[in-house]
Write a protein of this length. Structure first.
Length: 69
């Protein structure tokens, strides 16, 4: 599945890489919301997908921080 590949990829990244990935995803979400508000967004399902990816990234960051303690 696409999600499991994404999660495996995230688990191999360092904390700094995960933070940059998180910032990029949040910027993308902002842009998608802006496009949706101005009726320029064609694929509204992308917003949900990006939100879930942000949650996945944050979960991996939390897991790594707890494992290092």
């Amino acid at each position: 599945m696409k999600t499991t590949k994404f999660l495996d990829e995230l688990k191999t990244k360092s904390a700094v890489e995960l933070q940059t990935e998180l910032v990029a995803a949040k910027k993308e979400l902002f842009n998608l919301r802006f496009q949706n508000a101005t009726n320029q967004l064609e694929n509204t399902g992308r917003i949900t997908e990006v939100r879930k990816n942000i949650a996945r990234i944050q979960t991996i960051i939390t897991e790594q921080s707890k494992a290092s303690k």
